[in-house]
Structure formats: structure tokens, C-alpha cells
Design a protein around this ligand. Structure first.
Ligand SMILES: Cc1cc2nc3c(=O)[nH]c(=O)nc-3n(C[C@H](O)[C@H](O)[C@H](O)COP(=O)(O)OP(=O)(O)OC[C@H]3O[C@@H](n4cnc5c(N)ncnc54)[C@H](O)[C@@H]3O)c2cc1C
Length: 493
């Protein structure tokens, strides 16, 4: 049994780390789905781009997720409507609908990139089943079926082509005695996230993007205006945990300083930035922070906005029979599963994840303690290693969902760190520092929003109209990169 991601369990040769100096139009920090997609879009538009990745491309959450491509935010649609109505009043319902539509657009963009660059990544569009279980779990709604039915009704009213399947209609998933009903969205899909993102990276390299792996960014300097970063002792601590409140991280340089001009590559220019790494530095016009959960490690302004949460998963040894198609999301998303397409024959491994609801404190990346009247932040996290407690919870849930499969040996167990925002929407756009842009805070839904978000930001940097912004009226408000911080401990699970 391997204690690391099944997706990453394949041969790979990383690019060399940055050494010396370089000039580009845009530096992308982070080689996950966000950063690599953004780099590709920018290169398609003629920009000179460098991607700096602390470890290897797709080694963050991108290489550790379930590979689900789901429409909508992580909660039931009825909850998305309720939460957005709480936050934005009468506009909330329309915003929930747009969030769903944006995710569908995101899916189409991803499928388009796969086709354009001939990326083989085990992509299937067999739909998703948002399940009501007969055994509601800790933290899930007491009557999940009622939430599913209400979500179905609202979605139909809002014009979405979804189906409701009752217990008898769940033909595809007859293998579990635990299922009470499901919302079926036939437009959802699944993929091998590492094959996909490394395929994108190779397409981007072909367009001239320079990749530097094993290259942690330690700070960003805005010439004449200070910078972003936590000091040269660096944040390349990845999985190691440790305290994070080292000094030297002041952010300065207000907005509105820059007159937008154009460089030769077509990228608008707000002025000079320098990105520092242990082996070298890059001068650039723009920086794109594609670091999701890790953003606060480099930019303290996102500490109260993006909260790291660990998610854990296991895969079994392959089953030769195809047990089911599609992806399954149960008990308010606290449990999820699918069967992979890695053979033998029509079959594949089962992937099962969740269990965080039983161990919320341990699975949150950092905590606040009170000591002698002072509030102190402690880091337990950014640890990706799987824990016995959560994996046991997952085993129990799997065994009760699939009693006849309980004896299947587990092949891989792993964890990954997600970046949660308080309202489930990502932060997308220019930060308080001119030229520094962010695309992060996907709240467990990077495969639903990262591509659209990367498209929006790259269009802005390339100075061209954004089809996403034209098409979706509320997107700027919902994705606002400057919206408030949170008392996330109390607000997010
Ligand atoms: C167990 C699990 C299951 C999930 N399932 C799903 C799912 O089925 N569907 C879905 O849509 N989403 C899912 N997610 C969430 C999804 O994985 C993320 O939303 C998405 O991968 C975020 O991509 P990203 O590129 O923004 O961030 P990441 O993939 O985390 O990439 C950020 C990168 O930045 C790098 N980095 C950080 N700091 C620095 C630095 N200082 N210098 C240089 N590089 C740096 C990191 O090494 C990392 O590679 C899941 C997540 C987990 C953990």
C-alpha cells in the first residue's frame, strides 16, 4: 500500500530549477491546474511566461483530488441559493444559477483544451450523482432527500437539465443498499487530473512557456514600493508544517499607481515586479498567484480569506468488472466515490474519499489558540500525509456503502490541501498590489472554476474582451479578489 497519490504514481522528469536572472511578461506562481492553465492561455495570446513551482507540476491539490468535474459549488443547490441570498439579497438566486452555468462553461473549456492539444487524460462525461444516503452522517442534513428534491426543483425552475432518480431509478448504482435518491447531472464528468495538467504543461512548453520546478518563490518585490513575501527564509516548506508567522512579509504599494501601457507581447504593463527564488530572480510586469491553499504562506493578506483544509482519499486494487459510471457525491459531499478507468478490461480501481466531517479540527490547516489572553495562530497543517483517523472513517463509510466490496485491498492512501473561502467562491483578479493577480480559493472545486478564472485573468492581462465577463454578469462580484476576510473558523467546515 502506497501512502501517496495514485495519480502521481507514474514516471515524471521535472524541469530544472530557476538559476540566474530572467525577464518575462508574466510570472505564474504554482504549477497546478490554475497556474498551468493560466500560463497556457497567456502564451496562446503571445505573452512571455515563466511558471515557478515549488515542487513539481501537479504535485499540490491538483495531483491529489478525485478528478470530479462537477457543476456548482460544493453544497446542494438549495443551500447555494440560501447562502448567496443571505450574502447578496435578492440577487442570490441568480448568482447561484450563474455559478452553476460558469462551472458548465469551465467544463466545456477543459474539454476544448483536451481536444485542441490532444491530451489523453481518461476523460469521461458520464454525469454526476449527488446522493441522499439512507444513513445521514455527522454534519450532513438530517433529511438529505428533501434537500436533493428541493435542489432538483430549483434547478429545473432555473432552466437546468437535471434529473431526479429515486431509489428504484438508481440502476447504475445498484451496488449499494444505502442510496435513497439522487440528483443526476448528465453533463458532469471525470478525468485523470495529473495526466490532464501535465498534458497542458507540455502544450504550454510548446508555446514557449518556461517551467522551473523545485523553485519556491520567497518574495515578490514591487520596485520602489516594497513587496509581498514572508522573508528570504522562504516559504518553500511545503508539506513540512511549522509555524508560519515569520516576519518580513509586509505588503506595500497601493492601487492605482500604474498607467497601463503595452509591451511588445501584448501584455498590459503596470510597472516592474521582481520575483525572488533561492536560485535566481525574474523581472516581470505581472504576477499570477496560482497557489490556492498556499497563498497565505506568501501573501499574508489572504490569511483571513483562504483557509487550508486537508482532504483524504484512498483507491482500491482494480476490479475487472465495470461497477458504475459517473461520479458520486454523498452526504453533503462528506463522502465521494467513483470507479477509475485503468482496467483490467472495462474495470478499474475504486476511489473513495471524505471523512473530514469526523475530524474537522485536525483537518483544518491552522488553528487559533488563546494563551494568556493572546490569540495565537498555530500551524498543524499544510500536511498532506494521510492520517489513520480519517482513513479509518473512510474505510467505515466505504464498507457500509459497499458491504460486498469491503474486503478489497487498498492500493493508495493520500491527502491534499484545499483552499476554502467563506462563501465558496474563488478570489479572481488584481490584488491590492498593482500587477499582482490572484486565482485561488476554490473550496474543493478547482475542476469547476479554475479554468474559467484563469481565462478571465489572462484575458484581462492580454487586454482583450473577456467572453466570461460578458456572458456572466455577476462574476465580478462573486469572484471579487478584494472581498473581505472572515472568521473562517466559525464559518467554514
Ligand atoms: C482529496 C481532495 C479531493 C478533491 N476533489 C476534487 C474534485 O473531485 N473536483 C474538484 O473540482 N476539486 C477537487 N479538489 C480540489 C482541487 O484539487 C483544487 O481546487 C485544485 O486542484 C486547485 O488547483 P490549484 O492549481 O489552484 O492549486 P494546487 O493544485 O494546490 O497548486 C498550487 C501549487 O502552488 C505551489 N506553490 C505553493 N507555494 C509556492 C511557492 N511559494 N512558490 C512556488 N510554488 C508554490 C504548490 O506546490 C502547488 O503545486 C480536491 C482536493 C483534495 C485535496
Amino acid at each position: 500500500m502506497i501512502r501517496d497519490s495514485y495519480w502521481l504514481d507514474m514516471p515524471y522528469t521535472p524541469s530544472v530549477p530557476l538559476s540566474g536572472e530572467l525577464d518575462v511578461d508574466v510570472v505564474v506562481i504554482g504549477g497546478g491546474v490554475t497556474g498551468v492553465t493560466g500560463a497556457l492561455f497567456l502564451a496562446e495570446g503571445g505573452a512571455r511566461v515563466a511558471v515557478l513551482e515549488r515542487r513539481e507540476v501537479a504535485s499540490g491539490a491538483t495531483g491529489r483530488n478525485g478528478g470530479f468535474m462537477l457543476a456548482g459549488t460544493h453544497e446542494y443547490y438549495v443551500e447555494a441559493v440560501e447562502e448567496l441570498t443571505d450574502l447578496y439579497g435578492a440577487d442570490g438566486r441568480r448568482m447561484a444559477g450563474e455559478a452553476w452555468r460558469i462551472a458548465l462553461e469551465n467544463h466545456d473549456l477543459m474539454a476544448g483544451l483536451m481536444a485542441k492539444y490532444e491530451i489523453q487524460c481518461d476523460y469521461y462525461r458520464h454525469g454526476s450523482y449527488v446522493m441522499a444516503m439512507k444513513r445521514p452522517d455527522r454534519g450532513s442534513h438530517a433529511d438529505p432527500l428533501e434537500r436533493i428534491v428541493r435542489s432538483y426543483n430549483l434547478l429545473r425552475e432555473d432552466g437546468f437539465d437535471v434529473e431526479y432518480l429515486d431509489e428504484n431509478g438508481l440502476y447504475d448504482i445498484k451496488h449499494s443498499p444505502q442510496l435513497a435518491g439522487a440528483l443526476w447531472n448528465k453533463f458532469d464528468g471525470e478525468l485523470h487530473p495529473v495526466k490532464y495538467v501535465r498534458g497542458l504543461a507540455s502544450a504550454a512548453s510548446g508555446l514557449g512557456v518556461r517551467f522551473f520546478e523545485n523553485t519556491p518563490v520567497t518574495s515578490i518585490e514591487r520596485r520602489g514600493a516594497g513587496g509581498i513575501g514572508r522573508g528570504a527564509d522562504g516559504n518553500g516548506r511545503g508539506d513540512s508544517g511549522g509555524r508560519g508567522d515569520s516576519g518580513g512579509r509586509g505588503v506595500s504599494g497601493g492601487r492605482g499607481v500604474s498607467a497601463v501601457s503595452r509591451t511588445g507581447s501584448g501584455v498590459s504593463s503596470p510597472g516592474g515586479l521582481v520575483v525572488h527564488t533561492p536560485g535566481g530572480r525574474i523581472r516581470t510586469q505581472h504576477v499570477l498567484l496560482g497557489m490556492n491553499a498556499y497563498t497565505p504562506q506568501l501573501d499574508a493578506r489572504y490569511e483571513r480569506r483562504i483557509i487550508p483544509h486537508r482532504g483524504q482519499v484512498f483507491t482500491t486494487e482494480p476490479v475487472s468488472e465495470r461497477l458504475f459510471n459517473g461520479v458520486f457525491y454523498a452526504n453533503d459531499g462528506w463522502e465521494f466515490w467513483r470507479q477509475l478507468h485503468d482496467g483490467p478490461g472495462e474495470g478499474g480501481r475504486l476511489l473513495f474519499g471524505g471523512g473530514r466531517n469526523h475530524h474537522l479540527r485536525a483537518e483544518r490547516g491552522f488553528h487559533f489558540l488563546r494563551r494568556r489572553g493572546r490569540r495565537i495562530r498555530t500551524y498543524r497543517g499544510y500536511k498532506e500525509r494521510p492520517t489513520r483517523a480519517v482513513q479509518r472513517s473512510n474505510d467505515r463509510a466505504f464498507n457500509s456503502t459497499f458491504p460486498h466490496l469491503a474486503a478489497l485491498a487498498r492500493s493508495h492512501r493520500w491527502g491534499g490541501v484545499m483552499g476554502f473561502s467563506y462563501d465558496s467562491s474563488p478570489f479572481v483578479g488584481e490584488t491590492e498590489t498593482p500587477g499582482v493577480h490572484i486565482v485561488a480559493g476554490f473550496t474543493g472545486r478547482g475542476n469547476a472554476y479554475a479554468t474559467v478564472a484563469a481565462r478571465m485573468v489572462s484575458d484581462r492581462l492580454l487586454g482583450r474582451p473577456s467572453a466570461v465577463e460578458d456572458q456572466f454578469e455577476t462574476v465580478k462580484k462573486v469572484f471579487d479578489p478584494l472581498r473581505g476576510g472572515i472568521d473562517a473558523e466559525n464559518r467554514r467546515r
